[in-house]
Every structure is written in C-alpha cells, then in structure tokens.
Design a protein around this ligand. Structure first.
Ligand SMILES: Cc1cc2nc3c(=O)[nH]c(=O)nc-3n(C[C@H](O)[C@H](O)[C@H](O)COP(=O)(O)OP(=O)(O)OC[C@H]3O[C@@H](n4cnc5c(N)ncnc54)[C@H](O)[C@@H]3O)c2cc1C
Length: 523
C-alpha cells in the first residue's frame, strides 16, 4: 500500500531528523527513509574494533549541536529522551616536533600562562580577543544562524550597520574573507600558537592560505576557551537515538535499509519518492532530500533547469578523510608530556607550511607525505566507552585524496584505496608513534576506514569529503549550494535540498535542517 504523508525525507542524517521533528511539532505527518542499516549518517557510533570498545564512526565533537538553535528549542525534551553530553574542559592541544606542546583549557588563566611560555605579546592578545569575543560572537552567530535569502541577509547587514557602523561592518567583512594564515600572522607571533589554531581550518578544507578560512581557527579558539567542548555520553549517537525517539513520539517514522532510487515529480512539482524495492511514499507538501547535490540530479532524472543541474553536478567536494579507530590498553605516552593525556583532541600539525603542503598534495591527488593527524581521546572524559582502564582513540587523517594519483613520499605504489589504506594508515600511525612512542604496542584492535569506505556507508561523503562540499567562499553563504538556492529551494516545486551541502553547511549544528523546517512551517 502506498504511504501518504505531508513530508518525506531522503536520508536520516541529523539535519533530516531536526527538520522532521520541527515539522512534526507543527502538525505535519513525516516519514524519513534511510539507505543504511541505522539512522544518523555521519553521526553514529559502535563497536568497530572489538566488543566493549565504542567508537564514534565520524563526528565526535558535538559542541555545534549543543550550541544550536535547534537544541535551544528541543534540548530539554531530547534530554528527557536520554540525550547525554559529556562536558570537556580541555578541548584541544597540539604537540610539536621540538618536544613542546600547547593547549587550551577552559580556565583562561591556565591557557594564558601556557601561551606566555611561547610569547608574552600573544598571551596579551589572547586576553584581548577573549574580552572582545561576546560582542564579536553576537554578530558572527547571528550571521551563521541567518537564512541566506536576500532580504534576510539585508536585514542582518542593516542590524550590523546599526550596531557597529560602517567601519565595524567592513572590519567584520574583511575578517570573513581572510585566510587563516593572514589572520594568524597579523594577530600572533608564536609559530606554535599559529599552528595550533591553524589546524582547525583543516577540519574543513581551509588550509592556511585559503581565503575565508580565518573564521574557523578564531571560532574554535574562542569557543573552546569560553565554553569548552561536549562529546556524547557513550558515543555521538546519543543525539540520534534521542532525536529518533522524539520524532517517533510525535508520530513520525524512520525506516532504515530503504535506499531511495527516485524522486517522483511531474516536471513541475515533487510528488514523493520511490524506494529501491519499488515501494512509493507520496508527499502532500514536501520532499526533502538530504543528499549530495549531484545525487539530487540523479534521483530526479534532471530537474528541468540545466543551469541548476550543472551547478549541482559541478558542486565542489573537499579532499577526503581517512579514519583510524583504535582500541588501546592505555592512552598514548605523549613525549611532550603527560599533560597531553588530559585533552580531548591532540593535533599533530606542526606548522602552517606543513598544513599548506598537505592540502596541496591532497588536492593534486597525492597521498600526503606527512598528513595532519587529529587524535581524539574521548575516553579521557567518557570512560564508559571502553572497559575499565582501557581506551579508544579516534584518529582523523587529514587530508587525503578521494581518488589517488600518486604518493608524495614515493613509497606507496597503490592507487586503489583497497590497497593503499593499510600503508597510508601505517604512515599516520608512524607519525603518532613519533609523538607518542610505544603507542603501536598498546593497540588491542584497529579499524581503518578509507575515504571510499566513508562514502560506501554514506553516499553524501563524496570521495570521503567529510562535510559534503567545500566551504570555500565561492560555495558558502549565498552560494551554498548555488546562488538562489541557499535556502534549499530547487527548480521543482515542493522539492527541497537539505543537509550539509546547504547553508550554513557541514557540522553537527543542524542548521540546514532547522532553517528549512522553520521556513516550511512558517516559523
Ligand atoms: C569523519 C568525519 C568526522 C567529522 N567530525 C565532526 C565533528 O567532530 N564535529 C562536527 O560538528 N562535525 C563533524 N563532521 C561533519 C558532520 O558529521 C556532518 O557534516 C553532518 O553529520 C552532516 O549531517 P547531515 O544531516 O547533513 O547528513 P549526513 O550525516 O551525511 O546524513 C545523510 C544521510 O542520508 C543518507 N542517504 C543518502 N542518500 C540516500 C538515498 N538515496 N536514500 C536513502 N538515504 C540516503 C545517508 O546514508 C546518510 O545517512 C564529521 C564528518 C565526518 C565524515
């Protein structure tokens, strides 16, 4: 029997769930269909190495979700349905090849003393930036939570002008187009501090010299300092389980193992979706596709607007990520000091030049000779994820090419991820062992996830691109995913694109889903 609902969603990423919950709260009947065996997309967790060790498959840092407008509205209810965050008071640090380290703790005086050991002037600057942060944050978060439609943006600019004057508005504009390196060089003098902050750009595809990337090191630095970080109790999927429960309680459904093979439309208006097994779900008001832009064209068979379809098919993806999940019988013994055992993230990204080189290599299709390695130590804050005294390590190898053309180090001959994954993982583990000798000997189990594995599990992660599309300026703000479509509208009436490819983009902040829900529901 054909199901008929008000809105049907393609994909059960957290953006779909957020959108579906809000629409259900406004009285819509909603149905979410997911191709994978479970909901959550890039937010999932499981025992990927061996029993008793729970790993975040992809996203680990849930600060964006905890600070989101969606959570502000539904957080209390989600908490009642089991959502549990673990607060992190030492969010991130970096270890350096000269044996030193630097890290941010939520105690500002402690961070300041650490920075002072590298530069007095930088410690003063850090204090000044922190004092300015509440005023800056008000404007920046207002922009990031603002719908990217012309009149809404004009409203934002008008309020900005009223509050900060022309000069202040232009200063903010200049900052938003700066590269990480330009901002870091103009702000700090210590290469160690610059490298520690510059590493945050690499969580997206903002290598040090890419325009528009200064925002990310700045926000992570100031937000990490002001609010710390949160991770999920037991795993990042705590938010997904609670959202599913919330949606079900409001009458919505989530169906897994149900790939959508076609979006049904009559050329002008979307009607519903067809699943791979032939079942159809019809939608009275909206079909919402949380898919990569090129997949939207494929699922519709073409929207009928060549310009739009071309923009979706040429939407640019960022270089890929490789994940390494480790079960360990003890935390890494960091050569720079045991203090590093107390941080959620340790970045192994020694300099802005190394990050710039890594990015260029990945862009050129080369396996980087010295990739950036992000080491997550969630069990420091959430011991429930491993048996007593044991730990899990979450390693992100940034950045790697989705399609391999060669190896910058000249030692990996394979150009197929099936064969290249192990030697590339060995390269990353060698780097870890250099900073924390003996870590390899502590490995009880490991799971290597190549970019192609990420995409196989979740087709939105094209080439292992972890944020479903580059956030470079030409593809961000009004241009995400394309000019005129930053609110998710498509040339087909009632068909909306949602998820990380749409403004405000990737991450766990549920912005694309929640903004769309509010647009559709009228508030
Ligand atoms: C390795 C990695 C690490 C990350 N780390 C962080 C982090 O620490 N903090 C952070 O904030 N963000 C992080 N991110 C980014 C963040 O997780 C994503 O941007 C976000 O989860 C995207 O959510 P979404 O709802 O847009 O879509 P997704 O989570 O991508 O979900 C889309 C869903 O749609 C399904 N789907 C696609 N096509 C179909 C189809 N035809 N039929 C049915 N279902 C379909 C997919 O299977 C998937 O489940 C990370 C991402 C990755 C990959």
């Amino acid at each position: 029997m054909t199901q008929v609902v008000d809105a049907v969603f393609v994909g059960a990423g957290h953006n779909s769930l957020a959108c579906a919950i809000h629409l259900a709260a406004k009285g819509w009947s909603v149905s979410v269909v997911e191709q994978a065996e479970e909901a959550g997309g890039a937010v999932r967790a499981g025992e990927y190495t061996q029993p008793g060790f729970r790993h975040d498959w992809a996203a680990m840092n849930l600060s964006l979700f905890a600070g989101s407008a969606f959570f502000k509205q539904y957080g209390k209810s989600l908490t009642g349905r089991g959502l549990e965050f673990v607060p992190v008071d030492k969010p991130f640090a970096s270890a350096f090849p000269d044996g030193r380290w630097l890290g941010v703790s939520s105690d500002a005086a402690v961070t300041s003393d650490r920075i002072r050991a590298f530069s007095d002037a930088d410690a003063e600057t850090w204090g000044r930036l922190l004092a300015d942060f509440p005023a800056q944050a008000e404007q920046i978060f207002a922009l990031l939570g603002n719908p990217m439609r012309n009149h809404a943006l004009a409203g934002f600019l008008f309020r900005l002008w009223r509050k900060r004057g022309i000069g202040g508005a232009l200063d903010l504009g200049r900052f938003l187009v700066q590269s990480p390196r330009a901002w870091l060089d103009q702000t700090f003098e210590s290469p160690h501090l610059k490298a520690m902050l510059g590493a945050w750009g690499m969580h997206l595809d903002f290598a040090p010299d890419v325009a528009g990337g200064a925002l990310f090191p700045y926000l992570e630095a100031m937000a990490g300092q002001s609010f710390g970080m949160v991770i999920g109790k037991g795993g990042a999927d705590t938010i997904i389980r609670a959202m599913q429960a919330e949606l079900t309680a409001r009458g919505g459904t989530v169906t897994c193992n149900a790939p959508v093979s076609r979006i049904l439309h009559d050329g002008g208006k979307a009607q519903g979706v067809e699943l791979a097994d032939g079942r159809q779900i019809m939608a009275r008001k909206a079909v919402i596709a949380n898919v990569a832009p090129s997949a939207l064209v494929r699922l519709t068979g073409g929207t009928g607007d060549c310009g739009f379809d071309r923009a979706m098919n040429t939407f640019e993806h960022a270089p890929g990520t490789m994940m390494i999940h480790l079960a360990l019988d003890g935390l890494p013994d960091w050569a720079a000091g045991d203090a590093l055992k107390t941080f959620a993230y340790v970045h192994l990204a020694p300099s802005l030049d190394q990050m710039a080189r890594t990015y260029q290599q990945a862009r050129a299709g080369l396996l980087p000779d010295e990739p950036v390695v992000v080491v997550g130590q969630p069990t420091v804050f959430d011991p429930s994820r491993a048996p007593e005294g044991k730990h899990v390590l979450w390693m992100q190898v940034r950045m790697v090419p989705g399609t391999i053309r060669g190896d910058a180090a000249g030692t990996i001959a394979a150009t197929d991820w099936g064969e290249a994954a192990q030697p590339m993982a060995d390269r990353a583990l060698d780097i870890l062992d250099r900073y924390a000798p003996g870590t390899r000997a502590r490995i009880l189990g490991q799971r290597i996830v190549a970019p192609t594995d990420l995409e196989a599990q979740n087709p939105n992660l094209v080439g292992g691109d972890q944020v479903c599309g580059s956030h470079h300026l030409a593809q961000h703000f009004l241009f995400r995913p394309a000019r005129g479509h930053a609110d998710g509208r498509t040339p087909i009436d009632r068909l909306h694109l949602s998820g990380a490819a749409v403004w405000p983009g990737g991450g766990t902040g549920a912005g694309p889903g929640y903004l769309l829900a509010r647009k559709l529901a009228g508030n």
